[in-house]
Each structure stands twice: as structure tokens, then as C-alpha cells.
Design a protein. Structure first.
Length: 226
């Protein structure tokens, strides 16, 4: 309980230090392996930008749609009820004003077996775009909230990727990365559902492949270079 409270306090403190908007990030990818051709590899890094004054309403409404406190789109899409909820979440997001930003790299390099280089390239492109702002779409974003990965070495890689951007002056010094779990911030469900919906346009030809159409009008794509 003490650990959970501390993690929650870290998130709350990050918000107290932030003005304006917050970007929530998640990813989906297909790395090279013996069963996947290079033409089918990809890396998607997604951000959904939320105004601070909309956070409370979004959290409540997402909880109502899911009817629970846990969500993972990949698992949800395996069941009819989950597919219905996924569509409802995308419809809800599509009715709002939250901008979605996607960095999409195709293909993943054949030697990038864990897709870490693709992740780095996509994160850099995405963070630079978020921090710069886009006239009429979003103000420069100071805080990037990323779903943390399970292994410490991967979390350290994400931290280093961000530090490099600051050191290179590609993003302002006040642009911060916070890694946390959807357990402490359910707004991370938003980039998860957007990433999954866009992934389906690449990997499926069933009814789920059209779910992305529900939010396509508010998506901004970012060019990715290594």
C-alpha cells in the first residue's frame, strides 16, 4: 500500500509542476523475427494530448465505458464485449477535442530484433513534435507520461532517450518524461486504444480494421527518421 501511494504521489506531483496540456504515450509494434517478413514490420508510438482541466471528466467517463478499473485493448479485442467497449472508447475520444499524434516507422530494420532502435527513433520524433506544439492543434507540451515497461533496463533506455533529446537541445529543458502504470493513471488507456486501432489497419482485414476511422480526423502523423 505504501509503494502504491508513493507512485501515485509522484504522478500527482508531476501534474502540480505542469501547466497546460499533458501527453499520454503508448506503443504497438511488430519486430523482425523468423516468422515475419520485413514488409510486415512496424513501430507505432502514439500520444494523446489532454488538457489538465479535462482529466477528471475523462477518467470518470473511461471508467464508466469500461465498467472497471483495468483495461488493455489487445486483450479486450479478443472478446465481443471488449470489442464493443473498444469501439465505444474510440467513439468517445472522437467526439472530443483531444489531439492524437502518431509516429509510425515502416519497416523496422532487419537487424533491430528487439525493435529498440525503432522505438528510439519514434520516441524522438514524437517528443520533438509534442514539445514544439502545432498551431491550432496543441500547445507545446511539457509533460510526457509514458506507460512504463516491466524491466528496469528498458525503463532506463527510455529515460536515456529522453535525456539525449534534452542534451541535444531538440526539446526544451522543461520537457519532462514520467514513466508510470495505468494502475496509477487510467488516461494511459487512451494511447493504448489508439495504438491498437491503428495497428489493426496494418494487421487485420476484419471489422476491427475500420475502428481507426472513428478518430482518424484528429490524428496527426509524424515523419520518423533514424
Amino acid at each position: 500500500m505504501g509503494f502504491d501511494r508513493a507512485k501515485g504521489d509522484i504522478v500527482a506531483e508531476a501534474y502540480r509542476r505542469t501547466s497546460g496540456q499533458v501527453a499520454y504515450l503508448d506503443e504497438s509494434y511488430q519486430a523482425p523475427d523468423p516468422t515475419v517478413t520485413m514488409s510486415n514490420t512496424f513501430y507505432i508510438f502514439t500520444a494523446v494530448i489532454v488538457h489538465k482541466d479535462a482529466m477528471g471528466e475523462l477518467r470518470r467517463d473511461l471508467g464508466d465505458i469500461v465498467d472497471g478499473t483495468w483495461w488493455h485493448t489487445t486483450d479486450a479485442l479478443l472478446e465481443e464485449d471488449g470489442r464493443v467497449k473498444t469501439r465505444r472508447m474510440l467513439e468517445y475520444l472522437g467526439e472530443g477535442f483531444e489531439a492524437c499524434v502518431i509516429a509510425h516507422k515502416v519497416p523496422v530494420d532487419k537487424d533491430d530484433h528487439d525493435a529498440e532502435e525503432a522505438r528510439r527513433a519514434c520516441y524522438r520524433a514524437l517528443a520533438i513534435e509534442l514539445a514544439a506544439g502545432a498551431t491550432g492543434r496543441w500547445e507545446p507540451v511539457e509533460l510526457l507520461v509514458l506507460e512504463e515497461r516491466n524491466q528496469m533496463n528498458f525503463r532506463n533506455k527510455d529515460r536515456l532517450n529522453h535525456k539525449e533529446l534534452v542534451a541535444e537541445k531538440k526539446v526544451p529543458r522543461n520537457t519532462r518524461l514520467l514513466q508510470t502504470s495505468p494502475r496509477f493513471e487510467r488516461l494511459l488507456w487512451l494511447p493504448d486504444v489508439v495504438s491498437a486501432a491503428y495497428r489493426r489497419t496494418l494487421t487485420h482485414s476484419d471489422e476491427t480494421s475500420t475502428m481507426f476511422d472513428l478518430i482518424k480526423k484528429q490524428v496527426h502523423f509524424v515523419d520518423v527518421t533514424d
